[in-house]
Design a protein around this ligand. Structure first.
Ligand SMILES: *Cc1c(COP(=O)(O)O)cnc(C)c1O
Length: 366
């Protein structure tokens, strides 16, 4: 039996007819940018997340870039200001901060949740801190009441990177609605994925939404009038139409991911492997199913021999990357341990019971 890490083809085939008719509708309409499909998806996605505004853009990195840039344009932040961020995030979160001349302050995660350690945030707040950017990494909610209270106490913006957590819920509210603004990615492999690049910003702040909308459209609100030095960062109509289809099935797909995760949690019993702790199943949508193993590379090779696809999220942390040479000497032991020991098991709404059982058997046999 073969178990791919993730088959995008299976995910598309699942809703093939609906996706085809959505794409054809756009092709036949003769209107390909900034039209009804974007307007409808923005309205539907804002409704789903539970915010007043949603602004579509070209990808998830841009969504985050535009949030910080809009705060700079609105005078809330200025280059040199600090943003607290988890050290073990995907590089995009950090790039969005540094692209705007802001300074990322890297905070260690908790080893059992992989999320920013909220006990370490307050000591890192300085007079230059303007925001805390939490990342719902692997699909698990990173928000805690403590983080919300700290942001209030120090007057900091709370920004969410919701690229991996579409559909995740914290006490009745969706991630992406918990802070001041959130960036979403619809990269094909994400829980809500387009068939190409796309992203969005959600917020209840009308001024921020308006600035993001302008920035992503050359800095323009009115045709040929440029308020900001923006870029072309728009979402294609065809992607908006396809995302509309997939949004209608998102909760159903998330439930299937959770069912796979439950089987892994109940079935995997191997003292060499540490499973993710899940105290509240509403707060995890399993974009990734991460396990920790000291013999990670051997485990990955062994699973490959059994034709089971795995991935590492991520092999090298941001502070050890060449693009951030100046941080290469930093010591962040929890982050480094995750990058040394993490392995992601196959996870998708399309896995069969037999495939899941085979993964469990093989992992237990290691
Ligand atoms: C995917 C991802 C992004 C960036 O999204 P793109 O659409 O690929 O630009 C940002 N942050 C995190 C945590 C991600 O996983």
């Amino acid at each position: 039996m073969k178990v791919p890490f993730l088959s995008l083809k299976d995910m598309t085939d699942k809703y093939r007819d609906e996706i085809h008719s959505a794409a054809l509708r756009v092709i036949d309409s003769g209107w390909y940018l900034q039209g009804e499909e974007n307007a409808r998806f923005e309205k539907d996605y804002a409704g789903y997340i539970g915010t007043e505004h949603c602004v579509g853009c070209a990808n998830g990195l841009d969504a985050l870039v535009w949030i910080f840039r809009a705060y700079i344009e609105l005078g809330v932040m200025k280059p040199g200001d600090e943003v607290i961020v988890p050290a073990n995030t995907y590089i995009a979160t950090i790039l969005a901060i540094t692209e705007n001349g802001l300074v990322p302050v890297l905070v260690e995660p908790k080893i059992d949740t992989f999320q920013i350690d909220d006990d370490l945030i307050e000591e890192r707040i300085t007079p230059r801190t303007r925001a805390v950017c939490i990342v719902h990494l692997y699909g698990r909610c990173a928000y805690t009441r403590k983080i919300g209270e700290l942001c209030k106490k120090y007057g900091l913006k709370l920004i969410e990177d919701n690229a991996q957590a579409h559909g995740c819920v914290f006490e009745g509210a969706r991630t992406g609605s918990l802070g001041d603004a959130a960036g979403h990615s619809f990269y094909p492999g994400k829980n809500l994925g387009a068939l190409g690049d796309a992203g969005a910003v959600t917020t209840n702040d009308g001024e921020l939404a308006e600035a993001v909308r302008s920035l992503a459209n050359y800095g323009s609100q009115k045709k040929y009038v440029f308020r900001y030095r923006g870029r072309n960062s728009r979402m294609d109509e065809i992607q908006a139409a396809i995302l509309g289809v997939k949004l209608r099935h998102l909760d159903e797909d998330v439930a299937l991911r959770k069912a796979v995760a439950r089987c892994y949690v109940e079935g995997i019993k191997n003292p060499k492997i540490v499973l993710p702790k899940v105290p509240d199943w509403k707060q995890h949508v399993f974009h990734i199913f991460p396990i920790l193993c000291e013999q990670r590379d051997e485990l990955q090779k062994y699973l490959e021999e059994k034709r089971i696809g795995t991935n590492i999220h991520y092999p090298v942390p941001p502070h050890k990357q060449e693009c951030y040479r100046e941080w290469n000497g930093m010591s962040l032991p929890v982050t480094e341990k995750i990058h040394r020991c993490e392995l992601s098991l196959p996870m998708s709404p399309c896995l069969t019971d037999e495939q899941v059982a085979w993964v469990i058997d093989c992992v237990n046999g290691f």
